[in-house]
Design a protein around this ligand. Sequence first.
Ligand code: PMP
Length: 443
Amino acid sequence: HLSARDGYAPLNSDFDNFYIRRLQLRINDCFRRPITGVPGRFITLLDRKSDDFNLSFKMTGTTTETLNMSSYNYLGFAQSEGECADAVEVATKKYGVSFASPRGDAGTSELHVEVENLVAKFVGKESATIFSMGFGTNATTFPALVGKGCLIISDELNHSSIRFGARLSGAVIEMFKHNNVNDLERVLRERISQGQPRTHRPWKKILVAVEGLYSMEGTMCNLPEIVALKKKYKFNLFVDEAHSIGALGMQGRGICDYFGIDPAEVDILMGTFTKSFGANGGYVAGDKALIDKLRVTNAGTLFGEAPSPPVLVQISSALRLIIGEIAPGQGQERLERLAFNSRYLRLGLKRLGFIIYGHDDSPIIPLLLYNPAKIPAFSHEMLKRKIAVVVVGYPATPLISSRARFCVSAAHTKDDLDRLLAACDQTGDILQLKFSSGIAGGR
Ligand code: PMP
């Protein structure tokens, strides 16, 4: 065997870093959590013993059906029945499961064109192009948009896929404090003029990247103020709507819809199909000229597998439901239920005295546990009450900002949320999580 003395470094040699070890433990704990069935309103967990801690165990045994507060199933489309599932079944028979080629090699199917047109119309842009992976959409789009000599200004809490794509692009990256428009302006001022008159722009292009709704904080980007800054400093604006598309706005059309802002103010509206649409993949929408260029410059489109036919049908069916082309009224009902549920749960938790992060209309609701020791205890108490929640701690959050995160869905009923509130009430007492005696305040 080769050893370090021979100058040999095995591929996993840097996995020993303390932080990476911790991260692996945390993720792997969930990664190895056996689930069966559909991650919809309920999720079925396999009851397992602690020694079932490897991936070779059999997915059999007794199960517990838990209320699912952990999936990004905002509009309740992650399910195996209903209009979407029926259409997907038909499409699978008609088109098969795989497109078996990048579009640049094999051509484009009617399903791809249909979804791209639907998405562009839905988000209010001239054109859109789609990808088979949401993460890959960002990872490959940033390098196609900007490169050496360009500047990316990124919210410090932007998703890993944005950071990944930004680094890959070779552009200079600056960060600004999360959701802090003043700090964004500080960076713009410092980096654009750099002591020169503002007409002298040392950058080929400047791209500001934000998210519509942040998945760990439940915060919404302050789009009106960012758009005002855009007019002043003339940068390009990229908004990742992974969590806001389908989930925010009267018509579910995302952050522009929510704030009543013309989508033309944003250069690139990016989003994923994995949350509100219960499908897979991502999109990038913008002006026709820009999207046409991306189709031939984005490595993900050029060299990556095209989205799969059944997935495309799931997306188009969900979109048609939202806009009321299929089952008129049902889409609107889902949007209204999601909006009601989000506010109902948030207010209920605040009334119980918990500290909650994020915007009042956010369907992502982080409940602060603070102490990392309370992470497994909270999860355990919830599972005892047959509720599955996501718990997050360091290094994904600052050390003392551990939290549980609830993802509200239109599939949840008021009774479900009352059950969750009762469980939080009891668990909050057991773990001493309540910071006030029920003022409707919080952060
Ligand atoms: N952008 C954001 C903001 C996300 O939260 C995520 C995933 N949660 C992605 C992109 C990647 O999308 P996907 O999971 O569909 O690959």
